[in-house]
Design a protein around this ligand. Sequence first.
Ligand code: SF4
Ligand code: SF4
Ligand code: FES
Length: 985
Amino acid sequence: MAILTVNGRSVTADAERTILEAARAAGMLDIPTLCWYPQLPTVGNCRICLVSVEGQGKLLPACASKVADGMVVHTESPAAIENRKGVLRLLLERYPGDHLINGGRAQPRNEFEQYVVRYGVMPTPLAQRDLSLRHGDERPGDPMIRHDMSTCILCTRCVRACEDIQVVGVLDVGQRGEHTEIIVGADGDPDAAGCTWCGECVRVCPTGAIFEVMPRERFAPEQVRHPDRVVRSVCPYCGVGCQVDLHVAREVVLRVTSPDIELDTPNQGSTCVKGRFGYDFPQHRDRLTRPLIRRGWTREGDRWVWRGPTGPDRRGGPWRSIEDEGQTAKPAGPPRSVGKAVRDLPLLERLDLDIRDRVATPAAWYAPFREATWEEALSLVAQELGRLRQQHGGDALACFSSAKCSNEENYVMMRMFRAALGTNNIDHCTRLCHSTSVAAMQRALNTSAASGSMREVEHAADVIFIAGANTTESHPVFGAAIKRAQGRGAKLIVADPRRTELAARADIHLQMQPGTDVALFNAMLSHIVAEGLEDRAFIARRTREFDKVRASVRALSPDVAAKITGVPADRMRQAAELYAAGPRTSTLWAMGLTQHANGTDLVSSLLNLMLSCGMIGRWGAAMMPVRGQNNVQGASDVGAIPFVYTDYRSVKDPRVRAEYARVWGVAPESLSLREGLMVTEIVKPESGVRGMYIMGENPIISDPDIAHAERWFQALEFLAVHDLFLTETARYADVVLPGSSFAEKTGTFVNTERRIQLAHQAVAPPGEARSDLAILVELSNRLGLETPFQTAADVMAEIVQVTPSWRGVTYDRLEGAGLQYPVPTADSPGTAFLFDARFPTADGTALFVPVEYAPPVELPDAEYPFVMNTGRQLYHWHTGTMTRRSAGLDQREPTPVVEIHPADAQQLGVADGDLVRLTSRRNSMVTSCRISERVARGQVFVPFHFREAAANLLTNPVLDPYAKMAELKCCAVRIAAAAVAVVAD
Ligand code: SF4
Ligand code: SF4
Ligand code: FES
């Protein structure tokens, strides 16, 4: 440690710190910097941060000079100030600063101009200068990011941010001498350079030379620079849980930033393209602003009565079914330079329609509805839920809660269904996400969440094993952290049938046949055991029944597994040895592993591998099921699943029931001891469910068997949907309740590393739309359950009462980086990693569960020769409800595609952009081709975001026996060039 004096103040700092870091850590933030930026490699070339140090003959760069004991620093000495003026004068020689000569000095436009004004430097008028303004690549026509390089000061922050934080390397410094400029790839084409539109360059640029397009299109520059307010929230998309600041003007969100680079937030200032640019959907013209009631419902006296059509027309409407829409032609996707032949850009423009109108709610969809008052809508919902309960019992009802909604909203929803309606039929999209992980982790470890943290993987793991997770597209900020980890020397092993970005970067890519993961993991374990590489001490101390697993994997050597998986045996051996050697190996997985009809077994075999090598319970050896939605972890934690209350406490336990009954003020007998139905069980003829309440989910696109689901929802006796838009599901509702988007609510969300974070309301819901919490509280009260909450904080106060592992949580404590649960007491700092001493099982040990390899339910054959895999794209989210209504995102991926390997495309006689028909044993649909080497030969990839080519028309709805997960990742299809006429809706 060194003790130095900065501007007369004593400052203590680690001897490895720079003067700048020491000063900033002590809260002295005003040493000017241009080339330096937190977390970027220091280049120390702009010289604006030079400070005087007593006893030194020359000024020292604060960003690049280490502290020393006894050092005396003056940051604003006359010499330092004179130097800064010189630096600024030089930079201004090529900067369009005429507006700073006169009145503009009162309103500097950016960080750089603030220094110009602060140090009183006057620019030379443009007309009197010798040097011209700078040039550089401009990204003309880009919907999200453009450049005006005349204001570039060549600080190179953007180049380093792209290379060192996002690890993409799109930007570079081109030319030399006075012609030096910032360039985009080799030819100015960001697509060709692999840009992901994350906007990291926008964030770090001190002059606005790199800027966001969308705010400038809608707001005056002054408004963008000086919003009415800036409100902290949490990104509404993936489970990384990036913190974002919402800038508000004229009561709408005008832009998103994420400034907390030096805080311990999950994103430390970064976002991906969705977080930074996918914020405009709440303002889409499709937003529901008043409740809707299906025509046919009339109020007679104090009762609602259905007087509309019966039979198949009961819930009909003037629209095509998803199945029918699947048969129509689609425009080709925009060109991609990566893995695609470059085609003409104007292809999209040739279509005589706004591409977003294809997803915008068609006007005809509103025809079966009339606008209603809240009193009408809520009284009808309360009446019908109450009637069905009275006539058929609580289990005739079910709800889909939402992983997009806050913990408080999910809690009130499950409280209402359990205590007011007497059923445990409560579930949400976790069923189609990590339910198999939860089943496997419960079986082995009696836990339901990740053991570790993203920061731990980034900074401490020696080996990172990623199975079935396309992290750079599905969880991009975490994906970038993994790339940074590789940059510091961590080894990367990726098991994935696709050659994803991380697979291409991996030290070992295990490109197995889809659905053969058990064979792969068992073979790795077989080799580890054969070579004696297992962690015997850990196995003996911390686990049970290893012998059973050892016996079960013995015969499945890598040589045997090679025939099943298609992965060379040597590569499996190499991966196994690397995994076991660690010494700190982190294990990550996502839906590529979980979305199988034997997903629980797939995850179990991975857990066996992890436990055998003792790769859990140590910093750097993290177990991380990477969560999908931004609150899928929290929705489960607060009990929006059929088997448990909060904290995963069983609904079957009468003592647990009594505790909740007491807090909720109801008789214990009114709470059902029977576990409820899961999402995939509810949508079945035999479920007995007659009425549903759906909050923020769109099962008609996400259900594993869409054609069936669409018919099932049509046959319901009553359906209430609570959403932002008239979605494909909402169009079948009796009542549609307009809710609130992420920007319009206060509440908490749990990310993939168990971090509870607080989001604040930035704007009001539009029109008469209400906050989701207010809707649920009122409905709950109308159903006769006393629900006194006025605010989300009131709800949290009740959650912590019934949730031991959250007992120390308060809203005040969540400000900043949030808290990772368990937070059992008011002074607990939270828990960054779990299981260092014991597992939460009865005897504290983990259980090995032997798993035999079984082939996927459906294998390719002569009739259906391709294996179809489904998943996310970088620019879209789940059923597309939000991202397809976000202007920038939608322009990047406006249409559905199927990715096909070039050799397969050649054999099929199809070219990039051609229409093809995909047919499985269940259904068929038409989409356009994207030729891509990301898929292996014999495999195709279909994103699941598009209603006009819905992937789940084709998928196999067979279910995992434990978690009731469907086989979404693997089904057999055939492909043929499609001959259909383009049909404009
Ligand atoms: S574009 Fe901005 S961040 Fe990049 S070098 Fe120029 S001024 Fe710096
Ligand atoms: S990584 Fe996830 S949470 Fe972060 S900005 Fe992107 S979508 Fe949002
Ligand atoms: S900020 Fe220190 S040299 Fe540029």
